[in-house]
Design a protein around this ligand. Structure first.
Ligand code: RP5
Length: 194
């Protein structure tokens, strides 16, 4: 293989910054630098939860050697979950899952021609025996992949579990506090809904 054996991360300004020298437990990988526009959502949420993580460009098609070495080294390096985003003929999550026992969460990146439906179908239709947990197309999927990774890690990390429960409660409070910009009464203003 001509490609480099170790993954190169996005530019420093694009990297998750929560690790602070700690061993990353989540790997956020993507097929192209162009995927960072979507996948930064995952890195930002992991940083918000203070989850040590790493970010790297690993392409199934353009750097197959790097993909193989990333998957082979992931568990041994301390990773516990891999979040993999890719677009188009999106083989990255599946090919990672084929080569590691770690849970792989796939994010279908929205492609310009087929709006990410190609990415979704490429990632979700895994053969029985090699699962990829597939999230929604685009930034919502990237965010939810991070939240799902947090949920998995929180099973054995009570402080992280507390942060996740607080995040969900804050989200609920924020939505309950939202008001529509209308003069008319809204359903949520009815006394029975307060
Ligand atoms: C896939 O091809 C990447 O995951 C990306 O979503 C898509 C397009 O890549 P670029 O041509 O923008 O590098 O491998």
């Amino acid at each position: 293989m001509a490609d480099a054996p170790s993954p190169s991360p996005p530019a420093p300004s694009e990297r998750g910054r929560s690790t602070h020298g700690r061993t990353p437990v989540v790997g956020v990988v993507m097929g192209s630098r162009s995927d960072w526009a979507t996948m930064h959502r995952a890195a930002e949420l992991l940083a918000q939860f203070d989850v040590p993580h790493e970010c790297a460009i690993v392409s199934a098609h353009r750097t197959p050697g790097r993909l193989a070495s990333y998957a082979a080294s992931a568990a041994g390096r301390g990773l516990r979950v891999i979040v993999a985003g890719a677009g188009g003929a999106a083989h990255l999550p599946g090919m990672l899952a084929a080569q590691t026992h770690l849970p792989v969460l796939g994010v279908p990146v929205e492609s310009s021609i087929l709006r990410g439906v190609d990415s979704l179908l490429s990632i979700v239709q895994m053969p029985a025996g090699v699962p990829v947990g597939t999230l929604a197309i685009g930034p919502a999927g990237a965010a939810n992949a991070a939240l799902l990774a947090v949920s998995i890690l929180a099973l054995e990390d009570p402080p992280l579990r507390e942060r996740l429960v607080a995040f969900r409660a804050n989200q609920t409070d924020r939505v309950i506090g939202e008001r529509l910009e209308t003069e008319a009464a809204t359903w949520s203003d009815l006394p029975s809904q307060k």
